[in-house]
Write a protein that binds this ligand. Structure first.
Ligand SMILES: CC(C)(COP(=O)(O)OP(=O)(O)OC[C@H]1O[C@@H](n2cnc3c(N)ncnc32)[C@H](O)[C@@H]1OP(=O)(O)O)[C@@H](O)C(=O)NCCC(=O)NCCS
Length: 173
């Protein structure tokens, strides 16, 4: 991420959701109209990147989830216990306002989501995402996510892999 002064924080009522424009109407409408209710009902947590005070430059949501062991690539599944499901954290939505694209903010939000999932005391094997289209899938693959063999729009990244990549990056600095 560049030196742009983004501040990452849990969404709260002081943040301005009205101007957010990711060019994806469903993602914008969700932030404007639905997310606060979902947070209140504890079905998602929402984190935002703030620019210029309270203006939202990007956001993502997290919730607990599970992956079916049978849906994972065989090479991954064979290293896991033989339970039917594997615990995961789902990043249900990720969007960056078009005015803040290409500055590393999407990558920074993804790294923040991986950190939060990995730091939780509740174990999860992977962060999973549902890419809304080919461009989203390409973004996640660029960041090391692996597609499920039979559902290519659903991708996962083992949290152990993300943590060891982070350690290697930190050592290289
Ligand atoms: C996808 C999205 C979040 C990326 O945000 P961004 O702030 O422009 O991305 P960044 O500047 O952080 O890019 C980080 C890296 O990802 C790469 N990248 C960005 N978009 C990419 C894409 N569609 N395919 C492949 N790589 C991509 C960048 O080249 C950059 O690579 P680098 O770190 O090696 O230099 C943003 O384009 C967006 O909000 N799109 C609309 C909503 C969406 O598709 N959400 C995805 C989940 S459904």
């Amino acid at each position: 991420m560049n030196s742009a002064p983004f501040r990452l924080a849990p969404l709260d009522a002081t943040h301005d959701r009205t101007k957010f424009n990711s060019t994806s109407e469903p993602l914008d409408r969700y932030l404007r109209e639905h997310v606060t209710q979902d947070v209140r009902r504890r079905v998602v947590a929402c984190f935002v990147a703030l620019a210029e005070g309270h203006r939202i430059a990007g956001y993502y949501t997290l919730a607990s989830a599970s992956l079916l062991l049978a849906d994972l690539p065989a090479s991954t599944g064979k290293k896991l216990p033989r339970y039917p499901t594997v615990p995961a954290v789902r990043m249900g939505r990720l969007a960056v306002d078009q005015g803040f694209r290409g500055q590393g903010l999407g990558g920074a939000l993804l790294a923040d989501a991986l950190d939060r999932a990995a730091r939780s005391e509740i174990a999860a094997y992977a962060l999973m995402v549902d890419g809304k289209d080919e461009a989203a899938v390409a973004f996640y693959r660029h960041h090391g996510f692996i597609a499920l063999p039979d559902s290519p729009l659903t991708l996962f990244l083992p949290l152990a892999t993300a943590l060891s990549a982070r350690k290697t990056d930190n050592k290289a600095r």
